[in-house]
Design a binder for this molecule. Structure first.
Ligand code: NAD
Length: 246
């Protein structure tokens, strides 16, 4: 049990990678806060955690709204009294080539993938400063490191998440708070399964391991970063991409 007595907020954990992280952390005895904009999805994840014998509450909040991010933190403190780990996971895609990308596609991705991460980290990072301990895990993407066709908006936010994380590693490190990022490659969640089949086939053939990743393979890295096993890792980006960019 590597996360006993740790309270963890995971944004966007109603499904996909966030849900997989929640379930993996529940197995390590963490107390989970399942956040999403979809109440049905929240209820499903909370029920799955309870089926494992875990401890979880669900909090409906849109992290792109600073007030709702504040409420997410406040309700967590009311329920559990402290916040040990924040996993900035919620994110969306609105892909288009640069010459076709609309203001709406740009702004929607910025609102959730960038402003959402700032909203949660500023309020929860401040709580962690006061506690004198904490841990911020950011789900970036290999696209934030290397770019990708049709993803100007997404790449901008995922690169920015890494820059913010490195800044927090310096700013908050002295306060006993670690910040790191995971950069997944292509993981077989609903987000990726929504892509055309020929694109998925192309991706699979370009990955040295010859397949999409599993969400559990991202979750196990998040558990490691949340645990004391990674106690001297701060400001790091861990790629989970099957060797795609080796
Ligand atoms: P997903 O679409 O399956 O799940 C994302 C969840 O976030 C959904 O449940 C959604 O309702 C929630 N969400 C969306 N907007 C929100 C908001 N404003 N506030 C709170 N919750 C919100 O996506 P996923 O594939 O599980 O991706 C999770 C994270 O991993 C994202 O940040 C994504 O960019 C990143 N990522 C995914 C892949 C991949 O291949 N799937 C690769 C690299 C990075």
């Amino acid at each position: 049990m590597r996360l006993t007595n740790k309270t963890v907020i995971i944004t966007g954990s109603g499904r996909g990678i966030g849900r997989a992280i929640a379930l993996a952390m529940a197995k390590e005895d963490a107390k989970l806060v399942v956040n999403d904009v979809n109440q049905t999805a929240i209820d499903e994840t909370v029920a799955m955690i309870k089926d494992l014998g875990g401890d979880a509450i669900g909090i409906l909040a849109d992290i792109s709204d600073a007030r709702q991010a504040q409420e997410l933190a406040q309700k967590t403190l009311e329920a559990y009294g402290k916040i040990d780990v924040l996993v900035n996971n919620a994110g969306i895609l609105r892909d288009a080539m640069l010459h076709k990308m609309t203001q709406e596609q740009w702004q929607n991705v910025i609102a959730i993938n960038l402003n959402g991460v700032f909203n949660c980290s500023s309020v929860i990072g401040t709580i962690m400063r006061d506690q004198g301990s904490g841990n911020i895990i950011n789900i970036s993407s290999v696209v934030g490191l290397y770019g990708n066709v049709g993803q100007t908006n997404y790449a901008a936010t995922k690169g920015a998440v890494i820059s913010m994380m490195k800044t927090w590693a310096k700013e908050l490190g002295r306060k006993g708070i670690r910040s790191n990022a995971i950069a997944p490659g292509f993981i077989g969640t609903d987000m990726v399964k929504g892509m055309p089949e020929h694109i998925i086939n192309q991706i699979e053939s370009s990955v040295p391991l010859g397949r999409l990743g599993k969400q559990e393979e991202v979750a196990s890295v998040a558990v490691f970063l949340a645990s004391d096993e990674s106690s001297y890792i701060n400001g790091e980006v861990i790629r989970v991409d099957g060797g795609l960019y080796t």
